[in-house]
Design a protein around this ligand. Sequence first.
Ligand SMILES: *Cc1c(COP(=O)(O)O)cnc(C)c1O
Length: 416
Amino acid sequence: MPKSKFNMLKSQLLKITEDYGSPVYVYDAEKIASQYKRLTDAFKDVKHLKINYAVKALSNISILKLFKTLGSGIDTVSIQEVQLGLAAGFLPEQIIFTPNGVSLAEIEEASKLGVQINIDNLSILEQFGTKHPNVPVCIRINPHVMAGGNSNISVGHIDSKFGISIHQIPHLLRIIENTKMTINGIHMHTGSDILDIDVFLYASEILFETAKQFKNLEFIDFGSGFKVPYKQGDIETNIEELGKKLTRKFNAFCKDYGKDLILAFEPGKFLVSESGNFLTKVNAVKQTTSTVFAQVDSGFNHLIRPMFYGSHHEIINISNPNGRERFYTVVGYICETDTFGNNRRINEINEGDILCFKNAGAYCFSMASNYNSRFRPAEVLWYNKKAHLIRKSETFDDIIKNQVEIDFKKEKVLTN
Ligand SMILES: *Cc1c(COP(=O)(O)O)cnc(C)c1O
Protein backbone atom coordinates (compact mmCIF):
# COMPACT_ATOMS: atom_id res chain seq x y z
CA MET A 1 0.00 0.00 0.00
CA PRO A 2 1.60 3.33 -1.00
CA LYS A 3 1.30 5.01 2.41
CA SER A 4 2.57 8.42 1.35
CA LYS A 5 -0.31 9.01 -1.04
CA PHE A 6 -2.71 7.84 1.63
CA ASN A 7 -1.24 10.06 4.39
CA MET A 8 -1.68 13.06 2.17
CA LEU A 9 -5.39 12.57 2.42
CA LYS A 10 -5.75 11.49 6.05
CA SER A 11 -6.68 14.89 7.47
CA GLN A 12 -9.04 15.44 4.55
CA LEU A 13 -10.71 12.11 5.24
CA LEU A 14 -11.23 13.03 8.89
CA LYS A 15 -12.67 16.37 7.82
CA ILE A 16 -15.09 14.56 5.50
CA THR A 17 -16.44 12.43 8.36
CA GLU A 18 -16.91 15.64 10.37
CA ASP A 19 -18.76 17.32 7.51
CA TYR A 20 -20.82 14.40 6.19
CA GLY A 21 -21.02 12.04 9.14
CA SER A 22 -20.10 8.39 9.33
CA PRO A 23 -20.13 5.92 7.76
CA VAL A 24 -19.24 7.47 4.43
CA TYR A 25 -17.66 6.35 1.15
CA VAL A 26 -14.98 8.63 -0.31
CA TYR A 27 -13.57 8.23 -3.84
CA ASP A 28 -10.42 9.88 -5.13
CA ALA A 29 -11.04 11.08 -8.70
CA GLU A 30 -7.31 11.41 -9.37
CA LYS A 31 -6.78 7.71 -8.70
CA ILE A 32 -9.57 6.81 -11.12
CA ALA A 33 -8.06 9.06 -13.77
CA SER A 34 -4.56 7.66 -13.27
CA GLN A 35 -5.79 4.05 -13.56
CA TYR A 36 -7.66 4.98 -16.73
CA LYS A 37 -4.51 6.52 -18.12
CA ARG A 38 -2.42 3.50 -17.14
CA LEU A 39 -4.72 1.27 -19.14
CA THR A 40 -4.85 3.48 -22.24
CA ASP A 41 -1.06 3.99 -22.09
CA ALA A 42 -0.52 0.23 -21.94
CA PHE A 43 -2.45 -0.14 -25.22
CA LYS A 44 -1.24 3.03 -26.94
CA ASP A 45 -0.01 1.03 -29.94
CA VAL A 46 -3.49 -0.21 -30.77
CA LYS A 47 -5.04 2.00 -33.45
CA HIS A 48 -8.60 1.93 -32.10
CA LEU A 49 -8.90 1.32 -28.36
CA LYS A 50 -12.19 1.53 -26.49
CA ILE A 51 -12.55 1.37 -22.70
CA ASN A 52 -16.07 0.72 -21.44
CA TYR A 53 -16.16 1.19 -17.67
CA ALA A 54 -18.23 -1.58 -15.99
CA VAL A 55 -20.98 0.41 -14.29
CA LYS A 56 -21.91 -2.28 -11.77
CA ALA A 57 -18.64 -1.80 -9.85
CA LEU A 58 -19.62 1.72 -8.76
CA SER A 59 -22.68 3.20 -10.37
CA ASN A 60 -23.06 6.70 -8.95
CA ILE A 61 -24.03 9.14 -11.72
CA SER A 62 -21.19 11.54 -10.85
CA ILE A 63 -18.70 8.69 -11.21
CA LEU A 64 -20.21 7.91 -14.62
CA LYS A 65 -19.91 11.57 -15.60
CA LEU A 66 -16.29 11.54 -14.46
CA PHE A 67 -15.65 8.58 -16.79
CA LYS A 68 -17.29 10.51 -19.58
CA THR A 69 -14.82 13.38 -19.10
CA LEU A 70 -12.00 10.83 -19.34
CA GLY A 71 -13.24 9.63 -22.74
CA SER A 72 -14.56 6.28 -21.52
CA GLY A 73 -17.67 4.45 -22.68
CA ILE A 74 -19.64 2.18 -20.35
CA ASP A 75 -20.48 -1.49 -19.99
CA THR A 76 -23.93 -2.19 -18.57
CA VAL A 77 -25.66 -5.34 -17.34
CA SER A 78 -29.26 -4.19 -16.80
CA ILE A 79 -31.69 -1.86 -18.54
CA GLN A 80 -31.50 0.36 -15.45
CA GLU A 81 -27.74 0.73 -15.88
CA VAL A 82 -28.36 1.65 -19.53
CA GLN A 83 -30.83 4.33 -18.40
CA LEU A 84 -28.36 5.56 -15.77
CA GLY A 85 -25.68 5.84 -18.45
CA LEU A 86 -28.00 7.82 -20.73
CA ALA A 87 -28.93 10.05 -17.77
CA ALA A 88 -25.20 10.66 -17.19
CA GLY A 89 -24.96 11.92 -20.76
CA PHE A 90 -23.45 8.95 -22.59
CA LEU A 91 -24.59 8.55 -26.18
CA PRO A 92 -26.20 5.19 -26.98
CA GLU A 93 -23.21 4.30 -29.17
CA GLN A 94 -20.93 4.72 -26.13
CA ILE A 95 -22.84 2.02 -24.26
CA ILE A 96 -22.58 -1.75 -24.52
CA PHE A 97 -25.26 -3.93 -22.93
CA THR A 98 -23.78 -7.21 -21.68
CA PRO A 99 -26.45 -8.90 -19.60
CA ASN A 100 -26.78 -12.51 -18.55
CA GLY A 101 -30.04 -14.32 -18.13
CA VAL A 102 -32.32 -11.36 -18.93
CA SER A 103 -35.47 -11.58 -21.02
CA LEU A 104 -35.69 -11.01 -24.76
CA ALA A 105 -37.97 -8.06 -23.95
CA GLU A 106 -35.23 -6.35 -21.92
CA ILE A 107 -32.69 -6.87 -24.71
CA GLU A 108 -35.15 -5.41 -27.22
CA GLU A 109 -35.75 -2.42 -24.95
CA ALA A 110 -32.01 -1.71 -24.77
CA SER A 111 -31.67 -2.21 -28.51
CA LYS A 112 -34.47 0.27 -29.14
CA LEU A 113 -32.48 2.84 -27.15
CA GLY A 114 -29.67 2.35 -29.66
CA VAL A 115 -27.04 0.71 -27.48
CA GLN A 116 -24.75 -2.09 -28.63
CA ILE A 117 -26.28 -5.45 -27.70
CA ASN A 118 -24.12 -8.32 -26.52
CA ILE A 119 -25.92 -11.69 -26.46
CA ASP A 120 -24.66 -14.69 -24.50
CA ASN A 121 -27.29 -17.33 -25.19
CA LEU A 122 -28.22 -19.15 -28.41
CA SER A 123 -31.95 -19.23 -27.71
CA ILE A 124 -32.13 -15.45 -27.29
CA LEU A 125 -29.78 -14.94 -30.24
CA GLU A 126 -32.05 -16.94 -32.53
CA GLN A 127 -35.17 -15.11 -31.38
CA PHE A 128 -33.54 -11.67 -31.56
CA GLY A 129 -31.98 -12.38 -34.97
CA THR A 130 -35.30 -13.62 -36.37
CA LYS A 131 -37.18 -10.50 -35.24
CA HIS A 132 -34.42 -7.92 -35.83
CA PRO A 133 -32.08 -9.22 -38.54
CA ASN A 134 -30.85 -5.69 -39.28
CA VAL A 135 -29.56 -4.93 -35.78
CA PRO A 136 -25.88 -5.90 -35.53
CA VAL A 137 -25.09 -7.76 -32.32
CA CYS A 138 -22.02 -8.79 -30.41
CA ILE A 139 -21.75 -12.32 -29.06
CA ARG A 140 -20.25 -13.37 -25.78
CA ILE A 141 -18.06 -16.42 -26.11
CA ASN A 142 -17.06 -18.72 -23.29
CA PRO A 143 -13.53 -19.90 -24.12
CA HIS A 144 -13.57 -22.30 -21.14
CA VAL A 145 -10.47 -20.93 -19.55
CA MET A 146 -10.01 -20.65 -15.82
CA ALA A 147 -8.36 -17.32 -15.22
CA GLY A 148 -7.49 -17.90 -11.57
CA GLY A 149 -9.31 -16.87 -8.41
CA ASN A 150 -11.95 -19.09 -6.83
CA SER A 151 -14.89 -20.73 -8.58
CA ASN A 152 -17.20 -17.80 -7.73
CA ILE A 153 -15.28 -15.40 -9.88
CA SER A 154 -13.87 -17.48 -12.70
CA VAL A 155 -16.62 -17.35 -15.24
CA GLY A 156 -14.86 -18.95 -18.19
CA HIS A 157 -14.92 -22.55 -16.99
CA ILE A 158 -17.01 -25.38 -18.38
CA ASP A 159 -20.00 -25.17 -16.02
CA SER A 160 -20.26 -21.40 -16.04
CA LYS A 161 -23.61 -19.79 -16.84
CA PHE A 162 -21.86 -17.07 -18.84
CA GLY A 163 -21.29 -16.95 -22.57
CA ILE A 164 -21.83 -19.19 -25.56
CA SER A 165 -19.48 -22.15 -25.48
CA ILE A 166 -16.84 -22.31 -28.21
CA HIS A 167 -18.07 -25.85 -28.76
CA GLN A 168 -21.41 -24.41 -29.90
CA ILE A 169 -19.91 -22.33 -32.73
CA PRO A 170 -21.36 -24.57 -35.45
CA HIS A 171 -24.87 -24.02 -34.07
CA LEU A 172 -24.15 -20.30 -33.69
CA LEU A 173 -23.06 -20.06 -37.35
CA ARG A 174 -26.21 -21.85 -38.46
CA ILE A 175 -28.40 -19.35 -36.56
CA ILE A 176 -26.58 -16.47 -38.23
CA GLU A 177 -26.96 -18.01 -41.66
CA ASN A 178 -30.67 -18.74 -41.13
CA THR A 179 -31.56 -15.34 -39.71
CA LYS A 180 -29.18 -13.30 -41.92
CA MET A 181 -28.23 -11.28 -38.86
CA THR A 182 -24.88 -9.48 -38.55
CA ILE A 183 -22.32 -10.15 -35.85
CA ASN A 184 -20.28 -6.96 -35.41
CA GLY A 185 -18.42 -7.85 -32.24
CA ILE A 186 -17.07 -10.78 -30.33
CA HIS A 187 -16.57 -10.74 -26.61
CA MET A 188 -15.25 -12.69 -23.66
CA HIS A 189 -15.09 -11.93 -19.94
CA THR A 190 -13.28 -14.66 -18.12
CA GLY A 191 -13.80 -13.61 -14.53
CA SER A 192 -12.78 -11.19 -11.92
CA ASP A 193 -9.24 -12.20 -11.08
CA ILE A 194 -6.61 -12.55 -13.77
CA LEU A 195 -3.63 -13.87 -11.90
CA ASP A 196 -1.73 -14.94 -14.91
CA ILE A 197 -1.24 -12.96 -18.11
CA ASP A 198 -0.44 -16.11 -20.03
CA VAL A 199 -3.84 -17.56 -19.16
CA PHE A 200 -5.46 -14.39 -20.46
CA LEU A 201 -3.38 -14.51 -23.65
CA TYR A 202 -4.30 -18.16 -24.13
CA ALA A 203 -8.00 -17.25 -23.89
CA SER A 204 -7.45 -14.40 -26.34
CA GLU A 205 -5.97 -16.88 -28.85
CA ILE A 206 -9.22 -18.83 -28.68
CA LEU A 207 -11.14 -15.61 -29.24
CA PHE A 208 -9.01 -14.74 -32.29
CA GLU A 209 -9.55 -18.21 -33.74
CA THR A 210 -13.29 -17.79 -33.25
CA ALA A 211 -13.26 -14.25 -34.66
CA LYS A 212 -11.90 -15.49 -37.99
CA GLN A 213 -15.26 -17.10 -38.69
CA PHE A 214 -17.12 -13.77 -38.68
CA LYS A 215 -16.67 -11.49 -41.64
CA ASN A 216 -18.32 -8.27 -40.44
CA LEU A 217 -16.58 -7.60 -37.16
CA GLU A 218 -16.01 -4.05 -35.95
CA PHE A 219 -14.57 -4.88 -32.55
CA ILE A 220 -13.19 -7.55 -30.28
CA ASP A 221 -13.96 -7.11 -26.58
CA PHE A 222 -11.62 -8.79 -24.12
CA GLY A 223 -13.75 -8.10 -21.06
CA SER A 224 -11.90 -7.55 -17.85
CA GLY A 225 -10.94 -9.27 -14.63
CA PHE A 226 -7.79 -7.24 -14.05
CA LYS A 227 -6.52 -7.72 -10.55
CA VAL A 228 -5.48 -4.89 -8.24
CA PRO A 229 -3.58 -5.29 -4.94
CA TYR A 230 -5.72 -5.39 -1.81
CA LYS A 231 -2.82 -5.94 0.56
CA GLN A 232 0.94 -5.85 0.60
CA GLY A 233 2.42 -8.65 -1.49
CA ASP A 234 -0.75 -9.24 -3.51
CA ILE A 235 -0.33 -10.20 -7.14
CA GLU A 236 -1.47 -7.48 -9.47
CA THR A 237 -2.20 -7.80 -13.18
CA ASN A 238 0.83 -6.42 -14.95
CA ILE A 239 -1.18 -4.27 -17.30
CA GLU A 240 1.89 -2.88 -19.06
CA GLU A 241 3.16 -6.36 -19.92
CA LEU A 242 -0.33 -7.49 -20.96
CA GLY A 243 -0.55 -4.36 -23.11
CA LYS A 244 2.65 -5.17 -24.96
CA LYS A 245 1.83 -8.82 -25.54
CA LEU A 246 -1.83 -8.48 -26.45
CA THR A 247 -1.17 -5.47 -28.70
CA ARG A 248 1.29 -7.54 -30.73
CA LYS A 249 -1.24 -10.38 -31.11
CA PHE A 250 -4.13 -8.03 -31.84
CA ASN A 251 -2.31 -6.04 -34.49
CA ALA A 252 -1.19 -9.26 -36.16
CA PHE A 253 -4.77 -10.52 -36.13
CA CYS A 254 -6.08 -7.29 -37.71
CA LYS A 255 -3.51 -7.57 -40.47
CA ASP A 256 -4.67 -11.11 -41.29
CA TYR A 257 -8.31 -10.10 -40.96
CA GLY A 258 -7.76 -7.23 -43.39
CA LYS A 259 -9.27 -4.51 -41.20
CA ASP A 260 -8.26 -2.41 -38.21
CA LEU A 261 -10.78 -3.51 -35.59
CA ILE A 262 -11.49 -1.81 -32.28
CA LEU A 263 -9.92 -3.45 -29.24
CA ALA A 264 -12.33 -3.08 -26.33
CA PHE A 265 -12.08 -3.66 -22.57
CA GLU A 266 -14.67 -3.29 -19.82
CA PRO A 267 -12.88 -3.02 -16.48
CA GLY A 268 -14.61 -2.19 -13.23
CA LYS A 269 -12.37 -3.12 -10.34
CA PHE A 270 -9.15 -1.99 -12.01
CA LEU A 271 -10.50 1.51 -12.55
CA VAL A 272 -12.25 2.22 -9.25
CA SER A 273 -11.23 -0.22 -6.49
CA GLU A 274 -8.21 1.65 -5.18
CA SER A 275 -9.88 5.05 -5.42
CA GLY A 276 -12.30 4.16 -2.63
CA ASN A 277 -12.05 4.64 1.14
CA PHE A 278 -14.83 3.58 3.44
CA LEU A 279 -14.83 5.54 6.70
CA THR A 280 -16.53 4.22 9.82
CA LYS A 281 -16.57 5.27 13.45
CA VAL A 282 -15.75 2.91 16.32
CA ASN A 283 -18.80 2.51 18.55
CA ALA A 284 -17.24 0.18 21.08
CA VAL A 285 -14.04 -1.63 21.91
CA LYS A 286 -15.01 -4.95 23.43
CA GLN A 287 -12.59 -7.25 25.17
CA THR A 288 -13.60 -10.91 25.33
CA THR A 289 -11.70 -13.85 26.75
CA SER A 290 -9.90 -14.43 23.46
CA THR A 291 -9.81 -11.23 21.45
CA VAL A 292 -10.34 -7.50 21.30
CA PHE A 293 -13.20 -6.47 19.05
CA ALA A 294 -13.49 -3.04 17.51
CA GLN A 295 -17.14 -2.52 16.63
CA VAL A 296 -17.84 0.08 13.97
CA ASP A 297 -21.04 1.86 12.92
CA SER A 298 -21.46 -0.29 9.81
CA GLY A 299 -21.73 -3.92 8.79
CA PHE A 300 -22.12 -6.15 5.77
CA ASN A 301 -25.14 -4.06 4.86
CA HIS A 302 -22.62 -1.44 3.66
CA LEU A 303 -19.57 -3.53 2.75
CA ILE A 304 -20.33 -7.16 2.05
CA ARG A 305 -17.17 -8.27 0.27
CA PRO A 306 -15.31 -9.62 3.35
CA MET A 307 -18.25 -11.83 4.34
CA PHE A 308 -19.38 -12.65 0.80
CA TYR A 309 -16.09 -13.31 -0.97
CA GLY A 310 -13.64 -13.50 1.93
CA SER A 311 -12.03 -10.35 0.54
CA HIS A 312 -9.29 -8.60 2.42
CA HIS A 313 -9.64 -4.84 2.90
CA GLU A 314 -6.82 -3.04 4.71
CA ILE A 315 -8.11 -1.28 7.82
CA ILE A 316 -6.31 1.80 9.08
CA ASN A 317 -6.99 3.84 12.19
CA ILE A 318 -6.74 7.33 10.73
CA SER A 319 -7.55 8.94 14.10
CA ASN A 320 -4.44 7.50 15.73
CA PRO A 321 -2.00 6.68 12.91
CA ASN A 322 1.06 6.75 15.16
CA GLY A 323 -0.44 4.81 18.05
CA ARG A 324 1.05 1.55 19.32
CA GLU A 325 -0.01 -1.37 17.15
CA ARG A 326 -2.26 -3.99 18.69
CA PHE A 327 -4.33 -6.91 17.40
CA TYR A 328 -8.02 -6.36 16.75
CA THR A 329 -10.91 -8.14 15.16
CA VAL A 330 -12.95 -5.48 13.40
CA VAL A 331 -16.67 -6.19 13.28
CA GLY A 332 -19.88 -4.31 12.58
CA TYR A 333 -23.16 -3.53 14.32
CA ILE A 334 -25.38 -5.95 12.39
CA CYS A 335 -27.18 -8.63 14.39
CA GLU A 336 -25.41 -11.37 12.54
CA THR A 337 -21.73 -12.21 12.16
CA ASP A 338 -20.23 -9.39 10.13
CA THR A 339 -16.47 -9.60 10.47
CA PHE A 340 -14.53 -7.07 8.41
CA GLY A 341 -11.09 -8.24 9.44
CA ASN A 342 -9.85 -10.92 11.77
CA ASN A 343 -6.85 -10.48 14.04
CA ARG A 344 -5.53 -7.36 12.33
CA ARG A 345 -2.57 -5.35 13.51
CA ILE A 346 -3.92 -1.80 13.80
CA ASN A 347 -2.73 1.35 15.60
CA GLU A 348 -4.38 1.48 19.02
CA ILE A 349 -8.13 1.97 18.70
CA ASN A 350 -10.23 4.11 21.02
CA GLU A 351 -13.98 4.47 20.93
CA GLY A 352 -14.87 7.30 18.56
CA ASP A 353 -11.86 6.72 16.28
CA ILE A 354 -12.35 6.66 12.51
CA LEU A 355 -11.32 3.45 10.77
CA CYS A 356 -10.63 3.57 7.05
CA PHE A 357 -11.24 0.54 4.81
CA LYS A 358 -9.09 0.61 1.68
CA ASN A 359 -10.01 -0.61 -1.82
CA ALA A 360 -13.60 0.43 -1.19
CA GLY A 361 -14.34 1.68 -4.69
CA ALA A 362 -15.46 -1.46 -6.51
CA TYR A 363 -18.44 -3.64 -5.50
CA CYS A 364 -18.80 -1.94 -2.12
CA PHE A 365 -21.46 0.78 -2.21
CA SER A 366 -23.04 -0.85 -5.27
CA MET A 367 -23.70 -4.01 -3.23
CA ALA A 368 -24.98 -2.17 -0.14
CA SER A 369 -28.42 -2.94 1.29
CA ASN A 370 -30.81 -1.76 4.00
CA TYR A 371 -30.44 -4.92 6.10
CA ASN A 372 -31.33 -4.26 9.75
CA SER A 373 -33.31 -1.27 8.40
CA ARG A 374 -30.12 0.79 8.35
CA PHE A 375 -29.57 3.70 5.97
CA ARG A 376 -27.17 3.32 3.10
CA PRO A 377 -24.31 5.79 3.59
CA ALA A 378 -23.37 8.99 1.79
CA GLU A 379 -20.80 9.04 -1.02
CA VAL A 380 -18.23 11.79 -1.54
CA LEU A 381 -16.00 12.40 -4.55
CA TRP A 382 -12.64 14.03 -3.85
CA TYR A 383 -12.11 16.06 -7.01
CA ASN A 384 -9.84 19.06 -7.62
CA LYS A 385 -8.75 18.99 -3.96
CA LYS A 386 -12.33 19.45 -2.79
CA ALA A 387 -14.97 17.15 -1.33
CA HIS A 388 -18.12 16.89 -3.44
CA LEU A 389 -21.14 15.15 -1.97
CA ILE A 390 -22.39 12.78 -4.71
CA ARG A 391 -24.99 10.89 -2.70
CA LYS A 392 -26.79 11.88 0.46
CA SER A 393 -27.07 9.43 3.30
CA GLU A 394 -30.51 7.86 3.38
CA THR A 395 -33.20 8.90 5.83
CA PHE A 396 -36.05 7.08 7.49
CA ASP A 397 -38.28 8.03 4.57
CA ASP A 398 -36.12 5.86 2.27
CA ILE A 399 -36.75 2.90 4.54
CA ILE A 400 -40.51 3.33 4.66
CA LYS A 401 -41.44 4.92 1.31
CA ASN A 402 -42.29 1.81 -0.72
CA GLN A 403 -43.85 -0.11 2.11
CA VAL A 404 -47.62 -0.40 2.08
CA GLU A 405 -49.48 -0.56 5.38
CA ILE A 406 -52.55 -2.69 5.82
CA ASP A 407 -55.28 -1.12 7.90
CA PHE A 408 -55.96 -4.00 10.26
CA LYS A 409 -58.85 -2.16 11.88
CA LYS A 410 -60.81 -2.76 8.69
CA GLU A 411 -59.93 -6.44 8.46
CA LYS A 412 -61.21 -9.42 10.33
CA VAL A 413 -58.81 -10.26 13.14
CA LEU A 414 -56.99 -13.58 12.69
CA THR A 415 -57.65 -16.01 15.49
CA ASN A 416 -56.43 -19.53 15.92
C1 LIG B 1 -18.55 -7.39 -13.88
C2 LIG B 1 -18.19 -7.35 -15.29
C3 LIG B 1 -17.04 -6.66 -15.70
C4 LIG B 1 -16.08 -5.98 -14.74
O1 LIG B 1 -15.28 -6.89 -14.06
P1 LIG B 1 -14.10 -6.36 -13.11
O2 LIG B 1 -13.52 -7.57 -12.51
O3 LIG B 1 -14.70 -5.44 -12.09
O4 LIG B 1 -13.14 -5.62 -13.96
C5 LIG B 1 -16.79 -6.62 -17.05
N1 LIG B 1 -17.60 -7.22 -17.94
C6 LIG B 1 -18.69 -7.88 -17.57
C7 LIG B 1 -19.56 -8.51 -18.61
C8 LIG B 1 -19.04 -7.97 -16.25
O5 LIG B 1 -20.14 -8.65 -15.89
